[in-house]
Design a protein around this ligand. Structure first.
Ligand code: ADP
Ligand code: MG
Length: 731
């Protein structure tokens, strides 16, 4: 039988699906087509229901049951016109993905009459059987119930899968006793905490500010490969990354892929994907090739954070679905291919006021300059004070492959501000001991707003190696992994910022009380914060060894692996922070810590198993077969009376193959033993560390090394796994 690998290679040409863009599909005509926006709601709701919905979307007001039914009716009418038959509460449990449970509008009345209905109660709250979602022990197994509750701030949408159409209601997911079991609940709480703290500080500068929204613009990197080839790789199917595979003769060294022309088949996929995204209201704006072959990126226009996070989760789902139509597979894993760049998800983060001001955009007047500096310096202070937590927020088994791998930001959290702002900070700092007075108005008149955009346009000033970089009017958190749900890191960032702003306000108020003029008090605290958090600022090459040494000297944490970095979530400092800001109680935080450790263990465990299985059932048999061919060849040459010189090189190869076979077999066996030992550990953290240090670190690279060597020695026609050159270059 021909191997899956060769069948897949043969089929590639015919796997391409053409995608015709219909002329009617102008973005502006299809944008939000499948979203129940307020504008659409206006057509389907009574005045009263519309008012109530608007109040809850804009002001976070609760919707009562009676009004809920009213809104549900309108939603159903809209959805039915679009051919929808089912609805689902759409939520994001702690798997990081989205979850759905579809219910039909169809039901029977008491007398058996079939009707279509969607009750307010079903819109507002549902009770999916939650027993199989991770809960970190929050929900004892006998209490399987959790409930989902409508989040009106993210609009309902219709998901089209093939011919099926489902009305999706974005919801939070909490346990019966009220603990959050999802990523959205804490995110919403963190947005509220930041809103309140930021509004309080904005009041120093503008009394008209009553609301501050966190904003997020993510950039999603991903790989696209042929589905047939992907299916022939058990590692890709089960883990999303290749655990074996020798580097191809040509990798990314020619740098001919970055920003190059998008390959036709992928282009068709992207346009199809974009069409689906526009209908769902995801405002995609850019698409391009990334550095690695077969790697791409898309990014939307930034949005209010809760919506942006929902849109990214939805995007990852839609990407995968649309890829199927094109016989392609999207890899969202942070490191699908060794030796080739991995994928990240830059999180561009800022805050904007209801008066239309971006709080991280440098101001145009002395007063707005001071407001910018306030939020800018508070961000630096927040990241400095909670850098362990920021690091933990991006930790995952898959992101461990990327952080610090000399292509992605290191595991050391530092901030890049650019030369101009570094100078500004230095100027303020150098006045320690001096007191500020009215004349400091002069300093605030620095033409920050004019100089920064110019400087930021200059690419030499755009440090690509920093995990947290100021890019002119926002911070770009670059260490987030491509497969992550943005809610995790954004919840942490919003919370540490809220906490820092609260302290800032308390300190400024204390100085004002002592008689300082407001501006002078603010400058004093800014100066203090610059001094206190200076060590987190770094403008140099984040990939260099010197930086690791320098960071150590500065006392900056450099935690390279997930199990240890997650300790930050279990620390008293984190408990206090999250509790004080009403994000997580102790129980919720401990549960999350436990869930993240468990997820790590499972991910590494699956990889270890896949590795063992592929090695034993695919690689070794191929190697043995080739060995036999060589043996036969040598025997034949010997029988023909040829001297040793004639089969010298075959013999050497034979020996070398034997060495690799033995190394693989013995290491796979030892790895299984190590797994048994780790599995016996009852403490989750200890088990995660064992999986990291005793299994992954000790065996993965060794086994792979020998397998990849074999790949280069064995008859190509016998090799069962699609090779890197095929995965990366054939489409
Ligand atoms: P670059 O390409 O230089 O990284 P862009 O201007 O293209 O920068 O922005 C990258 C991402 O940052 C986009 O998703 C964009 O919408 C987002 N972004 C821009 N301004 C903000 C902001 N104020 N808050 C959050 N995200 C923003
Ligand atoms: Mg970017």
């Amino acid at each position: 039988m021909e191997s899956l690998r060769f069948t897949a290679i043969k089929n590639i040409g015919s796997n391409s699906v053409s995608y015709e863009v219909k002329s009617s599909e102008k973005v502006t005509t299809i944008f939000n087509e499948n979203v129940f926006t307020l504008k659409t709601a206006r057509h389907y709701l009574t005045d009263e229901a519309y008012k109530s919905l608007t109040a809850s979307v804009k002001g976070g007001k609760k919707i009562d049951r009676a009004m809920g039914s009213n809104i549900a009716n309108g939603l159903k009418a809209w959805a039915e016109e679009k051919g929808v038959t089912h609805f689902t509460h759409w939520f994001q449990p702690l798997t990081g993905l989205s979850a759905e449970k579809h219910d039909s509008f169809f039901t029977l009345k008491g007398d058996g009459t079939p009707i279509q209905e969607f009750e307010g109660a079903a819109l507002i709250q549902q009770e999916p059987d939650a027993s199989s979602f991770p809960s970190g022990g929050l929900r004892a197994t006998f209490e399987a119930r959790g409930y989902t509750a409508w989040d009106p701030s993210s609009p309902a949408f219709i998901m089209e899968i093939g011919e099926g159409r489902t009305l999706c209601i974005p919801t939070i997911f909490v346990s019966y006793t009220g603990e959050s079991l999802d990523t959205k609940t804490p995110l919403l709480k963190a947005c509220v905490a930041l809103d309140k703290a930021a509004v309080d500080v904005c009041q120093y500068f503008d009394k008209n500010v009553t609301k501050v929204n966190a904003t997020l613009g993510w950039e999603q990197e991903y790989f696209v490969i042929d589905a047939g080839l992907a299916k022939a790789r058990p590692d890709l199917v089960l883990t999303g990354r290749t655990v074996f595979g020798h580097a191809p003769a040509k990798g990314q060294q020619l740098e001919d892929h970055y920003f190059g022309a998008i390959p036709e088949r992928v282009y068709a996929y992207m346009r199809d994907l974009e069409g689906e995204c526009y209908k769902l209201g995801i405002p995609l704006r850019t698409r391009h090739n990334e550095v690695a072959p077969a790697q791409f990126e898309c990014a939307p226009i930034f949005e209010e954070m809760n919506l942006a996070v929902d849109h990214n989760t939805l995007l990852m789902d839609v990407m995968t679905r649309v890829a199927k139509r094109h016989n392609l597979v999207v890899l969202l894993h942070e490191k699908p291919f060794a030796g080739i760049n991995g994928s990240g998800k830059h999180n561009n983060w800022s805050m904007s006021t209801d008066t239309g001001v971006n709080l991280l955009a440098p101001g145009k007047t002395p007063k707005t300059n001071l407001m910018f500096l306030t939020f800018f310096v508070n961000t630096i202070k927040a990241v400095h004070d909670y850098s362990e937590l920021i690091r933990a927020s991006i930790a995952s088994a898959s992101n461990d492959h990327r952080l610090g791998a000399n292509e992605a930001p290191p595991a050391i959290i530092s901030i890049f501000t650019g030369k101009f702002l570094t100078d500004v900070l230095n100027q303020i700092e150098s006045r320690v001991g001096d007191s500020f007075d009215e004349t400091d108005e002069a300093m605030l008149k620095l033409d920050i707003h004019k100089s920064i955009p110019e400087l930021m346009l200059d690419n030499t000033d755009r440090n690509r190696t920093s995990p947290f970089a100021f890019t002119g009017n926002k911070f770009e958190f670059r260490a987030v992994g491509s497969s992550a749900n943005c809610a995790g890191p954004m919840t942490v960032l919003n919370t540490v910022m809220a906490e820092t702003l609260k302290k800032f306000k308390a300190e400024v108020d204390a100085l004002i009380e002592k008689g300082d003029k407001k501006e002078v008090a603010i400058l004093h605290v800014i100066q203090k914060y610059i001094v206190e958090s200076k060590k987190v600022l770094f403008e140099g090459d984040g990939y260099s060894d010197e930086w690791e040494k320098e960071a150590e000297k500065r006392g900056l944490p450099n935690v390279k692996t997930t199990p240890v970095s997650l300790d930050a979530y279990a620390a008293d400092k984190a408990k206090k922070l999250f509790e004080d800001n009403n994000i997580y109680n102790h129980l919720e935080l401990e549960a999350r810590h436990e869930i993240m450790l468990e997820e790590y263990i499972k991910k590494v465990q699956i990889e270890a198993r896949v590795m063992g299985e592929i090695a034993s059932t695919q690689i070794l048999p191929a190697a043995l077969k080739f060995q036999n061919t060589l043996i036969e060849n040598i025997r034949g040459l010997k029988e023909a009376g040829l001297s040793e010189a004639a089969y010298h090189s075959q013999k050497k190869t034979l020996e070398s193959i034997s060495t690799h076979i033995n190394a693989i077999a013995s290491n796979v066996e030892a790895m299984i033993e190590a797994r048994k030992k780790a599995n016996d550990l009852s403490d989750t953290r200890a088990k995660a560390i064992a999986y990291c240090d005793e299994i992954k670190a000790k065996y993965f690279d060794v086994i792979r090394y020998h397998a990849d060597k074999l790949e280069l020695m064995i008859d190509d026609t016998l090799w069962p796994l699609p090779k890197y050159r095929e995965l990366l270059f054939l489409r």
